[in-house]
Design a protein around this ligand. Structure first.
Ligand code: AMP
Length: 355
């Protein structure tokens, strides 16, 4: 982990800040938003040539590409980015492809609190944090013997629903489980999914106040998952097993949604609890985060996961969402991050939002 003092000393020589991120995931939104707030932008791309698709999106094309052969090379060449006064904005692919361990070693001022990674990447610690905050999570089964209802089985570290499966009995579990891999068994929650995009600012003193700073809701999406979301067209899933077709949960895209308005107070209460607990546990989760929820027909939220940085579902709302529009028009999550960096810079508090 890069020491706090080290980040502060790097920042002393920073002048005209640039926003840098990896060319993937939510990079179009991040570059566009950074540009709206007047920052230079740098896109880290793997390979010998910049990705061509940015040419089609001139308002979201980075001012400069930083080409590397591998994600490891970013670590070795961080000082070149420091010379450019760059601030890294992490997203899911940035952290995933680089690897959490390397990401923690990156000697580059990075938006948010990197301490959150230890609490997010370990499912046990994540549960300890969320349940400790009073969040309702799907019930967990300790052993397959306890399976007495539909369950959802997830492998450790698997992202985007990869390899996850549903079982209704212990026998079904035994048939589908891959040996030698760590897994968790959760109650399968029946309901509708809402991926709520929040933003915690330790700097803003208005709006929805917390013990420190303020909480915003910037949008909500639902993920499109192959093949589960379209499989029903072929009939009952049991009958498809004969053809070797099992449901999979691989995220392929996102759909905008809004919540029943009467659920908003609970949605804010959950966001508030999670942030307050993070302040106590590790000094606070700064910036965007997402609670991945299922709302049951009893209108209760079950949170099955938290993402502690910008999620790709925010890409729907580059020109704002039905929620962010009510705070400020044209405010994407990418732009909101850039706005926070600008605000911190003006207040001389960059070290409070970078790590
Ligand atoms: P995850 O790997 O936790 O991101 O989950 C991938 C997908 O599996 C989610 O987007 C949901 O569609 C589904 N899912 C995860 N956990 C549960 C659960 N406990 N009950 C029902 N569906 C779930």
């Amino acid at each position: 982990m890069v020491a706090r003092g080290e980040v502060s000393s790097i920042l002393e020589d920073y002048r005209d800040l640039a926003v840098v991120t990896v060319c993937s995931h939510s990079s179009l939104q991040l570059f566009h938003g950074a540009r709206q707030e007047g920052f230079r932008t740098i896109g880290i791309a793997i390979g010998k040539k910049p990705p061509k698709f940015y040419d089609a999106f001139p308002r979201a094309k980075p001012d400069e590409f930083f080409l590397v052969d591998s994600y490891e090379e970013i670590l070795d060449r961080a000082d070149e980015l420091v010379e450019k006064s760059a601030v890294a904005v992490p997203h899911g692919s940035f952290v995933e492809y680089m690897g959490a361990k390397s990401f923690l070693k990156l000697r580059l001022p990075t938006f948010g609190n990197r301490k959150v990674l230890a609490w997010e990447s370990d499912r046990e610690k994540q549960r300890e944090w969320l349940v400790g905050a009073g969040i309702d999570m799907p019930r967990r089964f300790k052993t397959p013997k306890e399976i007495d209802r539909p369950v959802f089985v997830k492998y450790y570290g698997a992202k985007g629903g990869k390899g996850a499966f549903i079982a209704k009995t212990e026998a079904e579990f035994r048939e589908a489980i891959k040996p030698g891999q760590k897994y968790t068994i959760q109650e399968y929650v029946v309901g509708t999914r809402y991926y709520i995009h929040y933003f915690f600012s330790p700097l803003v003193e208005g709006g929805y106040r917390l013990s420190r700073g303020s909480l915003e809701m910037l949008g909500i999406d639902r993920r499109d998952e192959a093949n589960i979301d379209e499989m029903y067209k072929l009939g009952a899933s049991e009958s498809l097993i004969d053809y070797g077709l099992y449901p999979t949960f691989v995220v392929t895209g996102n759909i905008p949604v809004v919540l029943r308005e009467s659920l908003l107070p609970t949605a804010f209460d959950m966001g508030e609890r999670v942030v307050e607990a993070s302040l106590d546990l590790f000094g606070g989760m700064i910036g965007p985060f997402c609670l991945e929820t299922i709302v049951t027909d009893q209108l209760k939220f079950k949170v099955f996961e938290i993402s502690t940085r910008i999620v790709a579902g925010t890409n729907l709302f580059i020109s704002g969402s039905p929620y962010s529009d009510l705070a400020e028009p044209n405010m994407s999550t990418g732009r909101r991050i850039a706005r926070e960096i600008r605000l911190a810079q003006k207040k001389g508090r960059l070290a409070d939002i970078l790590s």
